[in-house]
Ligand binder design. Structure first.
Ligand code: CAA
Length: 299
């Protein structure tokens, strides 16, 4: 069944090579998914060779886990490893790519400059997709020569497991781009939905409200353990554990985008701000107790 709002699939262009800008955790998880489900070469790029290689190493480690679980044969594992490569040189890496997705820092100016750079080295029909979780696709495309090939392609963490993919149409996104995005999402075996180009789209807007309400309770004195325990059996992952998975900096950015757009509806937690300032990446220690550094910030 065609997802609501998706154009006719006959308009979709074939994807034979994928480029990824950024080789962090989301980018590397995406690289594995593209290689595994589409069987295409995937090139991870980053600011230097070392970072790009780190992404490739992550993919190889995940492939080894799949092999150990018997989810892939050793032939398939070797093939997957050979499909995913890394480079710091976008011009060479993206030669012949027909689908490039960025997963860099969640900042409009950074993403705009990434797309401007990529546009110089790819064909005019190459899709420029963004994994942004909150920023405007229309604005991101606004200074490009071909804004019609820009589309939001928003995965959820962990990419391999979460079924949903939000596809975001910017003002100028054309039907061929949108059809290619839906066909690619289907090839990746994701549930695709078309969402409008509004702050944080659907899922993160709802999540921002939910996590904001829980954070308010914690900022008012509820222990984090209690707030998380309250959701046992209700949510797949308790709220503060989820904040650690998403990453406090990304969650804060999402909240700030939402507060800017809807000041009366969203909330920026002072605790979350302090956790990000202190560069703490999780509320929990590996033994699943709350990090005492977080507790110290609460008073
Ligand atoms: N990478 C790959 N696979 C992973 C993984 C990861 N990081 N984490 C878990 N998995 C896999 C496991 O390998 C396991 O697979 P198998 O069944 O094949 O062995 C499966 O997921 C289940 O894992 P576990 O049994 O270890 O644990 P679980 O049942 O508690 O599930 C979870 C883990 C899927 C992460 C679950 O806790 C969950 O759904 N949490 C909520 C996640 C969520 O809401 N994500 C969205 C965040 S918002 C976001 O991402 C948007 C944004 O832009 C910021």
């Amino acid at each position: 069944k065609r997802p609501a709002g998706a154009p006719d699939k006959s308009l979709a262009r074939k994807v034979t090579k994928v480029g990824i800008v950024g080789a962090g955790l989301m980018a590397s998880q995406m690289a594995l998914l593209f290689a595994r489900r589409l069987g295409t070469p995937v090139v991870l790029t980053d600011l230097d060779e070392e970072r790009a290689q780190k992404g490739v190493d992550y993919v190889h480690g995940e492939v080894d886990k799949l092999l150990a679980k018997g989810r892939v044969t050793s032939d398939k594992a070797n093939r997957l490893k050979s499909l995913v490569t890394g480079s710091a040189d976008k011009a060479t890496a993206f030669a012949g790519a027909d689908f490039v997705i960025e997963a860099v820092f969640e900042e409009m100016s950074v993403k705009k400059s990434v797309f401007a750079d990529v546009e110089k080295v790819v064909s005019s029909e190459c899709i420029l997709a963004t994994n942004t979780s909150s920023l405007s696709i229309t604005e991101m495309a606004s200074e490009l020569e071909h804004p019609e090939r820009v589309v939001g392609f928003h995965f959820f963490n962990p990419v391999a497991v979460m079924p949903l993919l939000e596809i975001v149409k910017g003002e100028k996104t054309d039907d061929a781009t949108l059809a290619t995005a839906f066909a690619t999402g289907k090839g990746l075996k994701k549930t695709t939905i078309l969402v409008s180009d509004s702050p944080s789209f659907i899922v993160n807007r709802l999540l921002g409200r939910f996590l904001g309400e829980v954070a308010k309770a914690v900022d008012a004195g509820t222990p984090i353990e209690t707030a998380d325990a309250a959701f046992a059996g209700v949510a797949p992952m308790p709220p503060f554990m989820l904040l650690g998975l998403v990453g406090p900096a990304i969650a804060l950015h999402n909240n700030e985008t939402l507060v800017k757009a809807f000041p009366d509806r969203f909330y920026v937690s002072p605790l979350l701000v302090k956790v990000v300032e202190e560069k703490i990446s999780s509320f929990y220690l590996p033994d699943l107790t709350i990090d005492p550094k977080v507790k110290a910030l609460q008073v």
